[in-house]
Design a protein around this ligand. Structure first.
Ligand code: NAD
Length: 447
């Protein structure tokens, strides 16, 4: 099929390359000139495992400056532009609106299906069809729109896109759903040859379940899934805070809970809370959408406030452990919101660093991949590539992102260079015995 993917970010670029791998003819529309130029040279515009390799495998994908005739001859157009949060918690649809106008101006075929992969408020599918229609010149048909929410996780985005747990297809017409299903047929049937470094895991051999729904249900499935996972994280963080208060160990408690098949162990890791471009904005947006319709989503609001408190609590622990913050040197191990990505959007490390700076601390941070992106953002703290150098003279160290690079550091060497002794393991990922064995003071989250 001829596929135009609009928006070459984490979702669009990964989706486009995976569809190219399935044999579709892919065009990547991207409004950012710098990104387009990088992509044309085969250079990843952000860090994501396997991205460089997939770009090299699919040099046939084009990244044009203009729509030209691409829209008119496309079987499907995939919308994967950003939907960032508005200050009041709703979703900013300005990128989707601008894209709708561009699509209308470029012209589309009567049979072209617009597939929305961006996370958008319920009702956006219908609105998008009308919005494109209102800008179309001399064409009378209402464009066909489907919602196909994306569930990939940054850091394992290609794996998730090749081997998803499910494919959700929301549309009002069976023929629209059928076309989307055809696009993802090989993924559904898992009858493609995996790229050399992205082998299927043994548990992933069968057909991928496909759920066909109405438009609004598909849109809500995405929000509800993220809200559930985010709430699960806030739940375990709340239990971890109770562990701190009563002297229990969250590792043991999570394990004991997770062995119950009804609860399941994933997303029961206490720490600094969620971050990234999705959970915060999607939970806020869902709560906001509910409020707009007169329903107060109390559980979602609590999940948000527990998450915000987790960052504050880390600062409080550092302050307690160092006897105050003013004039103290704190080193953050990791800045990206989670390992495996350079994404800094809503990263807990950034909020914590800002809180520490506001209270008079001197902050240094290190990260295996995010430093150039942090530099570009102009973060208000020092960036040092070598973790050992970054911890020289520190009063305390906070593990903010559990990159594998930081899990077997030489703590004897670190102890010699540090001024203080506090190590706050914000991700409960360090070996406590090793840290304490080096003569340092270990603090975790709920343990
Ligand atoms: N990042 C994730 O892990 C993830 C997972 C699932 C769903 N989503 C959702 O997918 C959507 C995209 O997220 P993302 O992280 O890929 O965003 P992103 O910001 O990384 O990428 C969006 C891209 O779209 C481009 N763009 C904007 N307007 C455009 C236009 N008119 N034409 C062409 N390009 C345009 C931007 O320049 C940018 O490169 C969001 O709605 C997000 O909530 C993201």
């Amino acid at each position: 099929m001829k596929v135009v993917v609009a928006g070459m970010g984490y979702v669009g670029l990964v989706t486009g390359l995976v569809l190219a791998e399935m044999g579709h003819e892919v065009v990547g529309m991207e409004k950012d000139k710098k990104k387009r130029e990088l992509l044309r040279s085969g250079i990843p515009p952000f860090y994501e495992p396997h991205l460089e390799e997939l770009l090299a495998r699919h040099t046939e994908v084009v990244y044009p400056d203009e729509w030209g005739g691409w829209g008119a001859c496309a079987d499907v157009i995939i919308v994967s532009v950003g939907t960032p949060p508005l200050p009041q918690g709703g979703s900013d649809l300005s990128q989707v609106r601008a894209l709708a106008q561009e699509i209308a101006r470029a012209g589309i075929g009567k049979e072209t299906v617009i597939i929305n992969k961006s996370t958008v408020p319920m009702g956006t599918g219908g609105w998008l069809s009308r919005e494109i229609h209102s800008h179309m010149k001399g064409q009378r048909f209402l464009p066909r729109v489907a919602s196909c929410p994306e569930f990939l996780r940054e850091g394992v985005a290609f794996y998730d896109a090749f081997y998803p747990d499910r494919i959700v297809i929301g549309a009002d017409r069976p023929t629209t759903r059928a076309k989307v299903r055809m696009l993802f047929e090989k993924i559904e049937k898992q009858n493609f040859e995996p790229p050399p470094t992205l082998e299927r895991a043994t548990g992933k051999r069968g057909r991928v379940p496909v759920l066909e729904t109405g438009l609004e249900s598909a849109e809500l499935i995405k929000y509800a899934s993220n809200a559930f996972l985010a709430t699960k994280i806030s739940f375990i963080n709340e239990v971890a805070n109770i562990c701190d208060a009563v002297g229990a160990d969250i590792g043991e408690v999570s394990k004991g809970m997770g062995l119950d098949a009804r609860i399941a162990g994933r997303f029961l890791r206490a720490g600094l809370g969620w971050g990234g471009s999705c959970f915060g904005k999607d939970v806020s947006s869902l709560s906001h959408q509910a409020a707009e319709r007169g329903y107060v989503a109390r559980l979602l609001q609590s999940a948000i406030s527990v998450n915000a408190f987790q960052r504050e609590k880390a600062v409080q622990k550092l302050a307690e452990g160092m006897g105050g913050v003013r004039g103290k040197r704190v080193t953050l191990l990791g800045i990206s919101f989670k390992p495996g990505t350079s994404d800094l959007r809503d990263a807990p490390a950034l909020t914590i660093a800002q809180k520490l700076i506001d209270r008079g601390a001197l902050v240094t941070a290190t990260d295996p991949v995010a430093l150039p992106f942090a530099r570009e953002e102009g973060v208000p703290f020092s960036l040092v590539a070598c973790p050992y150098e970054a911890m020289e003279g520190a009063d305390s160290v906070l593990l903010a992102t559990e990159w594998p690079d930081y899990l077997d550091l030489d703590w004897d060497r670190i102890k010699k260079g540090m001024r203080g002794k506090l190590v706050l393991d914000g991700r409960n990922s360090l070996d406590r015995a090793v840290v304490e064995g080096a003569g340092l003071r270990y603090k975790g989250v709920g343990r």
